[in-house]
Design a protein around this ligand. Structure first.
Ligand code: NAG
Ligand code: NAG
Length: 443
């Protein structure tokens, strides 16, 4: 009698445990309706269409580094802090595929309205070119930004190399049918400079961002290294000290609990990584301002490439070159050996744990390298490519552990998944114990 009651109780506890485990893995969003889209839109063409010759197709990295795992069972009666982030790569003028992706990832409903399921929606640039839905997509992003803000959500949008190309007057990838949606070349130029889209780029789009996983680090784009914390980062007399380690402070265990987003990539040799992301974004903002406020050159083609405006600084030129954040492809093309060493340097200096970017497509799916420290989310979503429809989902939980004495203890957990129309894959499922007094009631 007593033992069967014990078994029943045990079964209930095991049940609760599995349900709570499963909830974390399960995207709240992959819905049956999404499968219906599958047949219609999932039509992979493994053909390169980029401007720089053959595309680099990177194989999925399934080498999972060992990480220290703590007991996953709930050890707390207090509620955890949670943060859900969804990120989507290059959309290239395809409203229908964008709607499909944002819907199956739970960001919007079937009417394209913000659902509130995600706390943050991130788009990594290249909304324009190769399709006709430019106006619709930028209008939609601003609508979502407003809808999200009403329920405490945040939309982070980025400039890609194609946004900047269009601002320069480099219109090589603009469809003639897309120009018609603006009315004329002149109307398009106006809309991308002083008009609705141009003003949205200037006000609401950045070149890169730093998104904290925990509110303890402040709002998105709080600079790293922290302004009031310079001592630790000064050059050490001791030459033996690993340079990267100076960016980690044992008194600040959450200092790097953040993600970076950018279109191309943050090169380890790019000179303006720090303070991150403020330095890059200031350069991007001044560069865009110069582009939008010059007399608009006749677009190329058929006219000659207009070049950069007079007065473009050396740093702005460097921002837009092949090693800069809009164009860099090293994280997709470098050997595993090189990338996994270099990435540590960039993560240390930018105060982040992983870097998420678009730009270099892999039509089969999202690419994870170096145990998810490098994540490339351009899967050729637009019908111009016919790649996989995908979104990246990050579930962060910060759970207090019940303990009576000593400093507060927490389990910090991050589950990163690739979502597709018909499936999902866990890229990273990592947790660690953190000690300290971290408030999360003020966001
Ligand atoms: C979508 O949101 C708008 C408000 O922005 C609202 O007017 C409209 O009714 C919503 N549509 C649906 C179908 O919920
Ligand atoms: C930028 O975003 C804000 C909301 O954060 C919105 O009110 C504003 O209209 C947007 N700017 C443009 C030009 O769309």
């Amino acid at each position: 009698m007593a033992s069967s009651r014990f078994l029943a109780l045990l079964a209930v506890f095991i049940g609760i445990y599995f349900v709570s485990r499963f909830e974390l893995h399960k995207s709240p969003a992959v819905r049956e309706t999404a499968a219906a889209f599958s047949a219609a839109v999932y039509n992979p063409i493994r053909q390169a269409l980029t401007e720089q010759g053959p595309d680099v197709v990177v194989k999925q990295d399934d080498s999972q580094e060992a990480f220290t795992s703590v007991t996953p069972s709930p050890r707390s009666t207090r509620a955890p802090y949670t943060r859900h982030i969804v990120a989507v790569g290059d959309l290239h003028g395809d409203m229908q595929n964008a709607q499909t992706v944002l819907q199956f990832s739970g960001v919007v409903d079937s009417f394209g309205n913000w659902t509130g399921e995600a706390d943050f929606f991130v788009q990594t640039g290249d909304i324009i070119d190769r399709g006709d839905d430019t106006i619709k997509l930028y209008t939609w992003m601003e609508k979502l930004r407003v809808q999200a803000a009403k329920v405490g959500g945040v939309v982070l949008t980025h400039l890609g190399n194609h946004e900047v190309m269009n601002a320069i007057g480099d219109w090589r990838y603009v469809y003639p049918t897309e120009i018609e949606t603006f009315g004329s070349v002149a109307a398009r130029q106006k809309m991308l400079t002083t008009g609705r889209i141009g003003r949205a780029w200037a006000q609401n789009y950045t070149a890169t961002s730093r998104l904290p996983l925990h509110p303890h680090l402040g709002p998105p784009n709080t600079p790293f290294p922290p302004e009031n914390h310079p001592v630790h980062f000064q050059k050490d007399e001791d030459e033996d000290v690993d340079e990267d380690s100076r960016y980690y402070d044992t008194n600040e265990p959450l200092s790097h609990s953040a993600l970076s987003f950018v279109h191309g990539g943050l090169s380890p040799t790019y000179s303006n990584l720090a303070p991150f992301p403020t330095k890059i974004n200031a350069l991007s903002s001044s560069f865009l301002h110069k582009l939008q406020n010059r007399r608009q050159p006749p677009p190329h083609p058929p006219n000659a490439y207009p070049g950069l405006p007079q007065g473009t600084t050396r740093e702005e030129i460097e921002l837009y070159d092949a090693n800069g954040p809009f164009w860099y492809r090293g994280w997709a093309t470098d050997s595993e050996e090189k990338a996994c060493v270099d990435v540590e340097k960039v993560l240390a200096r930018t105060g982040t744990r992983r870097m998420i970017m678009g730009h270099t497509p892999n039509f089969q799916g999202i690419v994870s390298r170096c145990n998810g420290k490098i994540i490339i989310i351009d899967t050729g979503i637009s019908h111009a490519y016919g790649g996989a429809l995908s979104a990246l989902s990050i579930h962060y939980t910060f759970t207090p552990i019940d303990n009576k004495e000593g400093e507060p203890r927490w389990i910090e957990r991050e589950v990163v998944s690739a979502l597709y129309v018909d499936r999902q894959e866990t890229i990273v499922d990592q947790e660690r114990e953190v000690v300290g007094d971290f408030r999360f009631d003020t966001v």
